[in-house]
Design a protein around this ligand. Structure first.
Ligand code: NAP
Length: 326
């Protein structure tokens, strides 16, 4: 079984590639920059150059492919818009997969996308789900809501570095999940027939608010956080202003996501049935407490080692003899 993974250099995509290789699948990755994807080749994946926004690059990448796993999404740092990558690009990929006779298509969506038609990425995810369901492909849609990996840059590092932690005034609690655990569901879907033509939430065991995560980080790091609260209305104004400029469209579309958080509605879903269908054990899924405990434990140990080395180097350095006048 040959898999084509799109977005394999991303946060989730690389875990999916790792898991697929570990489970013995033949893995091909569609990559925009082979140089950036060198680590995937070292792991044993085949790299094919391609870009979702260059539809001609897709059919050659799909030759002899049994299943497609789409873990791509537009990068905030890219010049390409969400619409170009997440809609036009995905439509091209689904059409090319169908034409190539691919047997399975796994799409990674966002939980509750149907509830936010005014948020561009949510609306695009919902439309892609519908497009895929009507494409006469054997699909599985996994609806995700937040990655634990994202919390390191957002909370853990600023707290360790005594920098400001930015949070929106109002924010919905989110059921974060480790991408390694999400990858287990993605790969398992390939071998469980009950997941065909079905949609499942794949989320963490409970939803966490920003304040709860900050308290947890403070406890684990032994440091107080410097919290800066951004009023939601300020973000709305920035969004409206950036809409006026073409360079700001991407910014505006991303800021629209604050509307999801502003509702205060938790991004969470029951996973009881999902674990059953996939034949996975919830006990094997890492909790947010364990994830952050492991992270802070590792970092604080490294910092202690560095501190020890610094003290040793200082002790060993020859003492400067004061300059004496002859
Ligand atoms: N992050 C979250 O919290 C979250 C929450 C819910 C759902 N999701 C969904 O989960 C999936 C993975 O998200 P992620 O955060 O892991 O993504 P990510 O880290 O931002 O990575 C995006 C990936 O897409 C690739 N890509 C971007 N534009 C492309 C194009 N034009 N052609 C081909 N590849 C392109 C990137 O390749 P380059 O390396 O070349 O840029 C990269 O591999 C996405 O579908 C996302 O919507 C994410």
């Amino acid at each position: 079984m040959t898999l084509l993974i799109v977005g394999a250099t991303g946060t989730l995509g690389r875990q999916v590639a790792r898991r697929a290789l570990d489970e013995g699948y033949k893995v091909r990755c569609l990559v925009r920059s082979p140089k950036k994807a060198g680590f995937l080749k070292e792991w044993g994946a085949e790299l094919v150059p391609g870009n979702l926004c260059h539809p001609d690059s897709l059919p050659p990448a799909l030759v002899d492919v049994t299943a497609v796993i789409d873990a791509a999404t537009s990068r905030p740092t890219d010049s390409l818009t969400i619409k170009q990558v997440d809609w036009d690009g995905k439509v091209a990929l689904i059409q090319a997969a169908k034409a190539a006779g691919v047997e399975r298509f796994i799409f990674l969506s966002i939980l509750d996308s149907e509830k936010y038609p005014d948020v561009p990425l949510m609306e695009i995810k919902r439309c892609t789900e519908l497009f895929l369901a009507e494409a006469d492909l054997n699909y599985t849609i996994l609806q995700l809501c937040g990655f634990m990996q994202g919390l390191i840059g957002q909370y853990a590092i600023p707290i360790l570095e005594r920098q400001a932690v930015w949070v929106t005034g109002e924010s919905s609690p989110i059921a974060y999940m480790d991408t390694q655990d999400i990858a287990k569901f993605v790969i398992r879907a390939l071998s469980v027939p009950e997941t065909e033509k079905q949609t499942f939430p794949v989320v963490g065991s409970r939803a966490w608010s920003a304040d709860e995560i900050i308290s947890l980080c403070e406890r684990l790091s032994g440091q107080d956080a410097r919290v800066t609260r951004m009023p939601i209305n300020l973000l709305r104004t920035v969004r409206r202003v950036s809409r006026f400029f073409q360079w700001g469209w991407n910014v505006a579309d991303r800021l629209a996501f604050t509307e999801v958080l502003a509702t205060g509605r938790p991004l969470h879903a029951s996973m009881d049935e999902v674990y059953q269908v996939f034949g996975l054990d919830p006990q094997d899924t890492i909790t947010l407490e364990s994830y952050l405990q492991e992270y802070f434990g590792r970092i604080l140990k490294k910092l202690k080692e560095l501190d020890y080395k610094k003290t040793q180097t200082k002790k060993q350095a020859p003492k400067k003899t004061p300059f004496k006048k002859s």
